[in-house]
Design a binder for this molecule. Structure first.
Ligand SMILES: *Cc1c(COP(=O)(O)O)cnc(C)c1O
Length: 357
């Protein structure tokens, strides 16, 4: 079976070496030596000032909202994974959806500006499939209206814009290190900022609000363990190799798919990408069903990603109308893409897709 993704597992001996260190230190969690080592290596690898390793990419967004003191309306994208919207609602914020661009499928800065009211406190945008949002326009809008800017950069490990880590954009940027992502620590995530005051708060909030024996404030348990850090430390040195393997597969799809009947995202800014996903947009949802069924006959399982458009979720109360997101979400399909997917399988997948358009 060929699934949409497959987790990269490092050689088991490499993981075992770290496990031995855990047995030696006898410290399994609470900001242990491997967590600190991983954070330092991530800062060096990515070129970011502050990096806090947390238990997942969803709690990362929730902590970002708390640190920035956001509790009212937040303008956000309907075209993302549900965690973006769910984090807002979980933190008692009100998501106000602004529709996306039909080029890169990221939030449309013009639509963002139209939705701003006195109650707006922040913008929460997703770099969709790892492709950067209109970061300069969004920064300008945030500054002009005194809004905080948070990026859900869950897809973006290793992505650079204008030669700068994409995690350096916004007041706070978050990432997911879930097993399905380009870089992973089994479960995990990180919070990035270059603001020292926010950094201090992130570190407190992720650990119950502790300062020594006492508490600064009400916190949450967003810490991560030595075992998760160990996996991260094993996977991190392989990232350049993983990205290179994905690049080759990505290019092979590019060369073999029938672009007369398909659309893919257009990357606008000068970007060093990580080839995180291979989404195609079909002409209609019926054709998507047809392509999906044809692939399933060969045990090939793509993923509707993102689907559904978050503004259409019935438990998300929203008055916003997002026809572009609703339309593209109904016909988006992510094709299999992982480091050791065989090139002949890529060609086979492309053929099956082309034959059913
Ligand atoms: C994966 C993902 C998340 C959630 O990350 P977890 O680590 O699974 O909590 C949030 N947003 C986007 C866009 C994602 O792809």
């Amino acid at each position: 079976m060929i699934n949409v993704t497959k987790t990269y597992l490092p050689p088991i001996e490499e993981y075992q070496q770290y496990v031995e260190r855990i047995w030696q230190s006898n410290q399994l969690t609470n900001n242990g030596p491997l967590v600190r080592e991983l954070e330092q290596k991530l800062k060096d690898f990515l070129g970011v000032k502050h990096c806090y390793f947390v238990s997942n990419g969803t709690i990362a967004i929730q902590i970002a909202l708390k640190v920035l003191n956001i509790s009212q309306e937040v303008i956000t994208t309907p075209f993302s994974y549900c965690a973006t919207t769910h984090s807002l609602i979980w933190e008692n914020c009100k998501p106000i959806f602004a529709d996306i661009l039909s080029t890169d499928f990221c939030i449309d800065p013009k639509k963002v500006e139209e939705q701003i009211t006195e109650k707006t406190q922040a913008i929460l945008a997703t770099h969709v499939y790892g492709n950067p949002c209109a970061v300069d326009e969004l920064a300008e809008i945030a500054q002009k209206h005194k809004l905080k800017l948070i990026y859900d950069a869950a897809h973006c490990f290793g992505v650079k814009v204008n030669n700068n880590s994409i995690f350096n954009y916004g007041d706070i940027s978050t990432c997911s290190f879930h097993s399905t992502k380009v870089f992973h620590s089994t479960e995990g995530g990180a919070i990035f900022t270059d603001n020292d005051e926010y950094a201090y708060l992130i570190d407190r909030y992720r650990s119950f609000g502790h300062i020594g024996d006492n508490y600064l404030t009400i916190g949450i348990n967003g810490k991560n363990s030595e075992f998760h850090a160990a996996m991260g430390l094993c996977v991190l040195p392989k990232v350049p190799e993983i990205i290179e393997a994905r690049r080759q597969i990505f290019n092979l799809y590019d060369e073999n798919l029938n672009w007369n009947k398909l659309i893919k995202p257009k990357v606008v800014l000068p970007t060093e990408t990580n080839y995180a996903y291979y989404p195609i947009f079909l002409e209609s949802e019926e054709i998507l069903f047809k392509v999906r069924a044809a692939l399933a006959e060969h045990d090939i399982i793509p993923r509707r990603y993102f689907y559904p458009s978050l503004s259409t979720l019935e438990f998300v109360v929203s008055e916003s109308n997002c026809p572009i997101s609703d339309d593209f979400a109904s016909r988006a399909l992510a094709l299999p893409l992982y480091f050791d997917l065989a090139h002949e399988d890529v060609i086979k997948i492309a053929k099956i897709v082309n034959n059913n358009l």
